[in-house]
Design a protein around this ligand. Sequence first.
Ligand SMILES: N[C@@H](CCC(=O)N[C@@H](CS)C(=O)NCC(=O)O)C(=O)O
Length: 208
Amino acid sequence: MAKLKLTYFDFHGGRGEPARLALAIGGIEFADERIPLTDWPRRKADTPFGALPVLEVDGRIVTQSNGINRYLGKLTDLYPTDAWHAALCDEAMDAVEDITLKVVATFDLPEAQKKAARQALVEGPLRLYLTRLQERLEAQGSLYFAGNRLSVADLKVFVWIGHLKSGKLDHIPTDLPDRIAPKLVEHYERVKAIPQIRAYYAKHGISG
Ligand SMILES: N[C@@H](CCC(=O)N[C@@H](CS)C(=O)NCC(=O)O)C(=O)O
């Protein structure tokens, strides 16, 4: 087995979290490097695109979270082998990327503008992505996004719904997913109940 090191920020969630969860589910050992935000300005220039996550495989590095998810999904049997199911898996992951970019664009706005921008997101894009992702899940039988079994797409959507529900995003009501996309919340709870995921968060001191 290749020697793996995953570098991401020292918080739970974000673009590095699905990769951590895939490795935990697959029971694959890896160096779990978590960079404090205070160290980031010093480390940023050492990364290929000035961003994280970065995956190191036997000394070689690769970036781009969804590509990393696919690579690790192949190592952990969490990426569909069927081409159509793989396309569905990619669709869900890329949709989460699209909406994430819209939310991230509000992070550094002055408070009044941030409030207005996030209220507009709640009424527009967030509502749309929640609705449409729920429809895509339902079209696959409501349990998983691709191939009727767990894949890295489920992990990516799980992390996104967790972020929306976390209360860390001011002006985005934490019950938005429950109101707009209850099937995605059921999916979130289903993924959260996976024994390796429970064990992973328990190991990191996160309960519930
Ligand atoms: N397209 C890249 C985006 C990576 C990205 O923007 N990562 C954020 C954290 S989620 C980051 O490193 N931000 C710090 C910065 O841009 O300085 C990916 O999917 O990996």
